[in-house]
Design a protein around this ligand. Structure first.
Ligand SMILES: Cc1cc2nc3c(=O)[nH]c(=O)nc-3n(C[C@H](O)[C@H](O)[C@H](O)COP(=O)(O)O)c2cc1C
Length: 439
């Protein structure tokens, strides 16, 4: 069922869930309507087994004969497991998972109808597709919905329809025989003709040796008057973790540019709202929340060959035994994808009076893939490969235990595996604020 999802997006996921509806409850797209599995309490029993075996044998011979289009749906029963191509086999809590997936998909689609970015691409061997998925992740992280479009499975009319309703776009293509594939070239023609020049744009693609496709897309869009939200991402053959990280950060940059444009357009409306009665109450709350203080820290993390870091002050100890702590990480932060369950990172506690250089280095805007540490003096831990800020007061090597979704942040709970004092004396740098609406 998931073969329609070379790059998962909400709409293909929704179509896949529709197909799963007879076998799992909670995935039906029409509210209130339950799949037939709703009534089933148990997965396939012995009585269904002969029917299923017969169906599977029929399916196998049809696949062998190439006539899959005439394949009937399997006999209705509850699924015992869900085996997506992109993740682990799910045996427990299948229906809950499916229900939550449906909710997520519906939210994404509703969001996309309102505000979205198109990721339009083609990929012969999956490399450009992997880049497209990473870019899509970066866009979603920044709170903007993504519309994925594989040019090879769509018409130019599909491209035109999509471009008319999205708020920005990026285009990806492999180089084949010194060119971009024809469907991408056709899509590019539609974009240049139809898309608003205000739209922030981006290009990316995988190549083997000469890589003309990305250059061609870039120059055509530039000549057409578009401006780019990120530098073109070029990747030789299969993208590494570091390249995927560049793609993800580029996606976030694109989303930020689109959001900025929208904010600009909505300024008048926002101003009118802000001067309304509710604003006074809100600023009181914000001022109250702003009295919470935090220790200034540098979070440093590693994923494959990619390194990342961020300045953190929403940090707190969470347990004595085992020693544990929490860090709140904004959903759109580049380092967020380095802090998934099971990942390791270092928390470097900055020293009062000696924190300015590190803060400056961490707050400097950085291009996707740029060395995050800049002039910061760091050592690399032999245990977990993450950076240790040598000017810090102390550092802890941590492992992510849990993540809790909390509005616009993830609260990351981590066990402290090891820790060292780097300076014998000195106090922790504290962050005092005026308002709870910013760090
Ligand atoms: C038939 C063929 C022609 C290719 N021509 C070029 C080329 O002219 N220049 C180049 O840089 N790479 C070329 N490549 C390499 C591909 O661009 C490279 O394999 C890339 O990773 C494919 O990306 P994809 O997986 O997104 O399709 C070619 C590959 C094949 C199979």
């Amino acid at each position: 069922f998931f073969d329609s999802m070379p790059a998962p997006g909400a709409r293909p996921a929704s179509a896949a869930l529709d197909k799963l509806a007879p076998y799992l409850s909670g995935v039906s797209s029409s509210p209130g309507a339950a799949g037939s599995a709703e009534k089933e309490t148990k997965p396939a029993t012995k009585s269904v087994a002969p029917k299923l075996t017969k169906w599977l044998m029929g399916a196998a011979s049809k696949y062998a004969g190439g006539s899959v289009a005439t394949l009937a749906a399997p006999p209705a029963t509850a699924a015992a497991a869900v085996a997506p191509l992109h993740g682990p086999v799910v045996r427990a809590a299948r229906n809950e998972l499916a229900r939550e997936y449906r909710e997520w998909v519906d939210t994404q689609i509703a969001k996309a109808d309102d505000f979205s970015i198109a990721v339009i691409y083609a990929s012969a061997y999956g490399n450009t597709s992997a880049m497209a998925q990473a870019i899509a992740r970066g866009i979603t992280k920044a709170g903007v919905a993504v519309e994925m479009l594989n040019c090879e499975l769509s018409t130019v009319e599909d491209v035109a329809t999509l471009i008319a309703k999205t708020d920005g776009f990026c285009l990806g293509a492999p180089t084949l025989g010194g060119h971009m594939p024809t469907p991408v070239s056709n899509a590019l023609g539609v974009i240049v003709k139809e898309a608003s020049r205000e739209y922030p744009a981006g290009v990316f693609g995988s190549f083997g040796w000469s890589g003309e496709a990305v250059d061609l897309m870039e120059s055509r869009l530039k000549d057409g008057g578009f401006s780019f939200a990120f530098d073109a991402v070029r990747c030789k053959f299969k993208p590494t973790e570091a390249t995927l990280q560049v793609c993800e950060e580029s996606g976030t940059d694109l989303a930020q540019a689109v959001k900025k444009l929208r904010r600009k357009k909505q300024t008048a409306e926002t101003k009118a709202l802000a001067s309304g009665g509710a604003a006074a109450g809100q600023s009181d709350t914000a001022a109250a929340v702003g009295r919470i203080v935090g220790s200034l820290c540098a979070v440093t993390a590693k994923k494959g060959d990619a390194q990342s870091a961020m300045l953190a002050s929403w940090v707190s100890q969470a347990s004595f035994n085992p020693p544990a702590l929490t860090v709140a990480v904004a959903k759109e932060r580049a380092v967020e994808s380095f802090l998934l369950k099971g990942a390791t990172f270092n928390l470097n506690v900055l020293q009062q009076g000696n924190e300015k250089d590190t803060i400056k280095a961490l707050l400097k805007p950085f291009a996707p893939g740029e060395n995050r540490f800049g002039d910061m003096a760091v050592d690399i831990s032999e245990t977990n490969g993450c950076a240790i800020v040598t000017q810090a007061l102390s550092y802890m090597e941590c492992e992510v235990e849990e993540r809790m979704e909390c509005g616009d942040h993830w609260v990351v709970l981590a066990k402290v595996r090891d820790g060292k004092l780097l300076q014998d004396e000195g106090l922790t740098a504290i962050h005092h604020r005026k308002t709870g609406t910013s760090y």
